[in-house]
Design a protein around this ligand. Structure first.
Ligand code: NG6
Ligand code: CA
Length: 520
C-alpha cells in the first residue's frame, strides 16, 4: 500500500469513528442540557407558533425553532405549575401522588430526598446540575415546611441539584426573596422573615386596606401582604433587606445562569432555567414595558424571549453551542386574568394565546398542556418541524437512557424514552398515548392516542368522609383532533368502538399506577 493510500485509509477510519450529525452514533454523546421552562406560556404565544409581529415579537425563540426542531404536539404533563414541575423532575404523574397540586407559600418539600429524579440521574452520569428560577415545589421537612430564617432543607440540593438560586414559591405568593442553596439571600438576622396565612397584626397593610396605593390592582385573591406596590397571596413581615423587585427577576436568572455556566463550562452540566415569565404578577423590567401591543402579558413574553437570547449568547460565548441540547417548553397553557388587573384581557386584540386549541391553564383541553416545545442542538438536531407527541415528563427517561444510566424499576413511572423523537431522528416515534392532568384531585383527565382525544371529567376525591350516596360517575366525551382541534364536537356516538377502547385504556393507565414498562 502506498503511503498516500495508507493515509487515506487512516483518515477514512478516523472520520467513520466520528459521530455523524443526526445518526445513531451520537447517541453516546454527552451534551450539556439546558431546559428553559416558561411559566403559563400558551401554544400560540410566540411567533414561531403563530403570534403575529404586530402583537409581539419573539426573535430569539423563533430562531431556536428555526435552527432546531419545533414540535406541534409537545406537551407539559399538567395544566398547572406544581404538578408539571413535579412530573418533570420525577418522571411520575403528579396525580399519582397526593398533595402535589399548586403549592402554598409555606409548603414543605414535595419531592423527598431519596426520590429518583432527573437531576439525580444526570448526576450519576457525571453531570453538574442546577436549578435557577421559580421552584414552587416546597421547601423544608414534611409537616414542618420552610424555616425561612434557618436552613431551608430538604429542597433541590437534597434531590439531585448541586446548586440552586430560587424564587421559592411563585411570585404572586409571598415571600419576595431569593433562596440560594439553603439560605435566604441577604437576610438580616435582626429583621427575621415571618410567612403565614393569617394577618399578622390589625394594622398590617393589605391589598384590601391599602388598595388605593397599589401600582397594580388585583382582580381576585392576591389581596394580602403588599410588596413593591403589589398585593399577594399570603402574609409576611420582616426580611426587608432580602426583598427583590419583581422587575429584576429575569435579569437575576440570567446573571446567575451566566455565572454558573461559566463555572461549569468544562463539565457536562444540566441547567433547569425556570423562568417566572409570564406568570402573574406580570411586572417585566422597565426596559420591556410597552414592548408589545398587549400590555404586561405580552411584554413579559418579550422579556422571556430576551432571556432565551441571553442563554444562547452565553452558550455561544463559552463555545458550547455544538455540545448543548436546549429544550424550550412551558409548565402549563395560557391564562389572561389570573388574579391581577394587568390589561391582559382588554389588550388581547386578535392574539390567540392557545393557538387553535381550546382551554388553557387549569384545563384538560389541549390548550391546557399543549404548549411551545422546541429542541435545539446545532449539528446534531436537523432543523425542522415534528408532529411526534413528546412531553416534559419524558425528559428523565429519555436522557437517562441516552446516557446509559439505569432507572430503578419503581421510579419514573410515566416517563417514556422519546429521545430519538426529541433529536428528530428519521422515522423516530414519540408517544403513542398521553395523559393530560389538571391541578389534580378532581378526577379530570385528557387522554390522547393518535388523532383521538378522550376527555374525562370527575368525580374528584371526596372532600369529606364518604357519605352514603356514591359519587356521580365520570363524564366522558371523544374528539377527533385532526378535524376538530378545538374539541368542540363530541363524536363518541359516531365512534363507539374508539370511545370504549379509549375509556378502557385510560382506566388501565390509572389502575396500573404506571405507564412506563419496567425496562423502557
Ligand atoms: C391559583 C391562583 C392563581 C395562580 C395559581 C398558580 C387565585 C384565585 N388563583 O390558586 O393566581 O397563582 O394558583 O399558578 O388565587 S401556577 O402556574 O403557579 O400553578
Ligand atoms: Ca404555571
Amino acid at each position: 500500500m502506498s503511503t498516500l493510500s495508507r493515509i487515506a485509509v487512516v483518515l477514512l477510519a478516523f472520520f467513520a469513528s466520528l459521530p455523524a450529525a443526526g445518526s445513531e452514533d451520537d447517541l453516546g454523546m454527552k451534551p450539556n442540557v439546558v431546559v428553559i421552562m416558561a411559566d403559563d406560556l400558551g401554544y400560540g404565544d410566540v411567533g414561531c407558533y403563530g403570534a403575529t409581529p404586530e402583537n409581539l415579537k419573539t426573535p430569539h425563540i423563533d430562531r431556536l425553532a428555526k435552527e432546531g426542531l419545533r414540535f406541534t404536539s409537545g406537551y407539559c404533563s399538567a395544566s398547572t405549575c406544581t404538578p408539571t414541575r413535579y412530573s418533570f423532575l420525577t418522571g411520575t404523574y403528579a396525580f399519582r401522588v397526593k398533595g402535589t397540586g399548586i403549592a402554598g407559600p409555606n409548603a414543605p418539600a414535595l419531592i423527598l430526598p431519596g426520590t429518583v429524579t432527573l437531576p439525580a440521574l444526570l448526576q450519576q452520569a457525571g453531570y453538574k446540575t442546577a436549578v435557577i428560577g421559580k421552584w414552587h415545589l416546597g421547601l423544608g421537612a414534611p409537616g414542618k415546611g420552610p424555616d425561612w430564617n434557618g436552613e431551608l432543607k430538604p429542597g433541590p440540593l437534597e434531590i439531585g441539584f448541586d446548586y440552586c438560586f430560587l424564587l421559592p414559591t411563585t411570585n404572586d405568593r409571598v415571600p419576595q426573596v431569593y433562596v440560594e442553596n439553603h439560605r435566604v439571600v441577604n437576610l438580616d438576622p435582626a429583621d427575621p422573615l415571618w410567612v403565614g396565612h393569617k394577618k399578622p397584626s390589625e394594622d398590617h397593610p393589605t391589598g384590601i386596606t391599602h388598595r388605593d396605593s397599589l401600582k397594580m390592582d388585583w382582580s381576585h385573591g392576591h389581596n394580602s401582604t403588599i410588596h413593591n406596590g403589589i398585593s399577594r397571596i399570603g402574609f409576611y413581615t420582616g426580611g426587608h433587606a432580602a426583598r427583590f423587585r419583581d422587575e429584576d427577576l429575569a435579569d437575576k436568572w440570567v446573571e446567575k445562569s451566566e455565572e454558573w455556566i461559566k463555572q461549569h463550562k468544562d463539565d457536562a452540566f444540566f441547567l433547569f432555567f425556570a423562568s417566572h415569565d409570564l406568570h402573574v404578577p406580570r411586572m417585566p423590567h422597565e426596559r420591556f414595558q410597552g414592548k408589545s401591543r398587549m400590555g404586561y402579558r405580552g411584554d413579559a413574553i418579550v422579556q422571556l424571549d430576551w432571556c432565551v437570547g441571553e442563554l444562547v449568547r452565553i452558550l455561544k460565548q463559552q463555545g458550547l453551542e455544538d455540545n448543548t441540547l436546549i429544550v424550550f417548553c412551558s409548565d402549563n397553557g395560557p391564562v389572561l386574568d389570573d388574579g391581577y388587573q394587568d390589561g391582559a384581557v382588554q389588550q388581547l386584540g386578535d392574539h390567540q394565546p392557545a393557538g387553535p386549541y381550546s382551554g388553557g391553564k387549569y384545563k384538560i383541553l389541549e390548550g391546557g398542556t399543549r404548549t411551545p416545545f422546541i429542541t435545539w442542538w446545532p449539528g446534531t438536531i436537523t432543523p425542522g418541524v415534528s408532529d411526534e407527541v413528546v412531553c416534559t415528563i419524558d425528559l428523565a427517561t429519555s436522557l437517562a437512557n441516552h446516557l446509559g444510566v439505569e432507572i430503578p424499576e419503581d421510579a419514573c413511572l410515566d416517563s417514556l424514552d422519546v429521545m430519538a423523537a426529541l433529536l428528530g431522528r428519521q422515522g423516530a416515534q414519540g408517544r403513542s398515548q398521553l395523559m393530560e392532568q389538571d391541578n389534580g384531585a378532581r378526577g379530570n383527565y385528557g387522554y390522547r392516542a393518535g388523532k383521538w382525544k378522550l376527555q374525562r371529567h370527575g368525580p374528584g376525591q371526596p372532600k369529606k368522609k364518604a357519605t352514603s350516596s356514591p359519587p356521580a360517575p365520570p363524564r366522558f366525551s371523544l374528539y377527533d383532533l385532526e378535524t376538530d382541534p378545538a374539541e368542540k364536537r363530541n363524536v363518541a356516538q359516531q365512534h363507539p368502538q374508539v370511545f370504549e377502547r379509549m375509556k378502557a385504556e385510560l382506566q388501565q393507565l390509572l389502575d396500573d399506577g404506571r405507564s412506563r414498562l419496567a425496562r423502557q
